[in-house]
Design a protein around this ligand. Sequence first.
Ligand SMILES: [Zn+2]
Length: 197
Amino acid sequence: MAVGEIDRLVQFFARLPGLGPRSARRVVLFLIKRRESLMLPLAQALESAAHEMRNCAVCGNVDVTDPCAVCADPRRDPSLICVVEDVADMWALERAMVFSGRYHVLGGALSALDGKGPEDLLIEGLVERARSEQVTEIILATSATVEGQTTAHYVAERLEDANVKISGLAHGVPIGGELDYLDDGTLSAALKERRTL
Ligand SMILES: [Zn+2]
């Protein structure tokens, strides 16, 4: 492997969240030393994931199937939809095993600063799902940030005409808190004690 190629790898890894150039170099060196046991399997896993991953047309989750495993699971309660900003938030709720309904992943939050408007989020799909007779409650589980709360208000307004109960997570989500960073207990309490908006 030429030095240029190693540099290229380092640059790729340095773009990952939580990694700077220094840790990226460590990761690359670590991989090079474990070419057979780690680097090749990782490369193969990345390639197959890159080809097979798709967005669920129903909820926006990423999975190798469309609809995703959560949407396709008949044991999950179709009357409840939990609205989250990102797939990471959905995964956090799944890890905590506190929710047995379905999800809707918006794909971010409204943000004037980042130039993210309603048309950039999967809101239309949610409005449509809310009109389905099966759905009785929509839980807005966006982050406790200004953007997250703005998004929740906007989505709630858009759902006004749908005949569903709209609720939000209870206190317990600290201001500025993103779901992905909460411990399972806090997340569970916030969901259980959700309030009607
Ligand atoms: Zn889905």
